[in-house]
Design a protein around this ligand. Structure first.
Ligand code: HXC
Length: 290
């Protein structure tokens, strides 16, 4: 293991302790949260499902919800059985944004000193793939949360918007950055400067969403995709995710260099040996995440 770790300097934190903190692990599935519901899904119970569940406030992202989301993400990240995570809301709303009632009296000083809503960004640090299953409104911080996920599936009635401008503020969790990279400058500007909503179909056409499904089947489709991902090597999946994400942070030359390093690193794993042996022997690979 030490040898393998030394071969992977470009994949910081990839090789995590085998067993997560017990206290956190108890949060993973069926834990009693106030604002979210967590469960393990899939035939092999290898999909971590997080459902935002604050319906009276349209899943507005209050501090309590964000803290619970953070705890659930960390627990699934540490759970060796979980290979992918699905993040969803309700049928009417994914999330209507940051909690405006909690925010309205904040001062600039409080925002700065407390790094207000910084914790939300934790989602983008998770190494396991996260699929957003978006039904209904994904507005403001809700849209930004979806954009932090690796794959976005939408129900056909989903709507996406960055309406912060109408509140006298701007997006604060990637709405000007990830949205622009996802849909391009013109549409991002239009959304950020007008606050106008776009439909699931327009979001798909623009590249924010990869697939659109009927409202009722969205979640099962997202779980099916997560199961597919979770059946592959978790070790190699984390490497693949890191490589794709590098495309948003690096020049093409730097990104290709990193990709090559990670590609070479896969040859230090048992899962690469198993995957290629299985192909040659015409059988299904059995990955051990080693
Ligand atoms: C707090 C909210 C809320 C929000 C809705 N509610 N959105 N509370 N923060 N973001 C509450 C309402 O006050 C109301 O509570 C209840 O949820 C139902 O909302 P309604 O407006 O009555 O529902 P509806 O008429 O169906 O309209 C749905 C809606 C609208 C179009 C989504 O609620 C809306 O425009 N919400 C605000 C969307 C928004 O501007 N989001 C951006 C927030 S800023 P009561 O108690 O009155 O019944 C942001 C910045 C992110 O996200 C920065 C970094 C994270």
């Amino acid at each position: 293991m030490a040898a393998l770790r030394s071969l992977l300097p470009c994949v910081p934190g990839l090789l995590r302790p085998r067993h997560g903190c017990a206290a956190l692990r108890t949060f993973a599935a069926g834990a009693k949260f106030e604002y979210i519901i967590t469960e393990k899904k899939g035939k092999a119970h290898n999909v971590g499902l997080i459902q935002l569940n604050r319906p009276k406030a349209l899943n507005a992202l209050c501090k309590g919800l964000i803290t619970e989301l953070s705890q659930a993400l960390q627990a699934f990240e540490e759970d060796r059985a979980v290979g992918a995570i699905v993040l969803t809301g309700g049928e009417k709303v994914f999330a209507a944004g940051a909690d405006i009632k909690e925010m309205q009296a904040l001062t600039f000083q409080e925002c700065s000193f407390t790094q207000f809503l910084r914790q939300l960004d934790q989602l983008s640090q998770v190494k396991k793939p996260i699929i957003a299953a978006v039904n209904g409104y994904a507005f403001g911080g809700g849209c930004e949360l979806a954009l932090m996920c690796d794959i976005v599936y939408a129900g056909e009635k989903a709507q996406f918007a960055q309406p912060e401008i109408l509140l006298g503020t701007i997006p604060g969790a990637g709405g000007t950055q990830r949205l622009t990279r996802a849909v391009g400058k013109s549409l991002a500007m239009e959304m950020v400067l007008t606050g106008d909503r776009i439909s699931a179909q327009d979001a798909k056409q623009a590249g924010l969403v990869s697939k659109v499904f009927p409202v009722e089947t969205l979640l099962e489709e997202a779980i099916r995709c997560a199961e597919k991902i979770a059946s592959n090597s978790k070790l190699i999946t984390a490497m693949a995710k890191e490589a794709v994400n590098a495309a948003f942070e690096m020049t093409l030359t730097e990104g290709n260099k990193l990709e090559r390093k990670i590609f070479y690193s896969t040859f230090a794993t048992e899962d690469q040996k198993e995957g290629m042996a299985a192909f040659v022997e015409k059988r299904k690979a059995s990955f051990q995440d080693q």
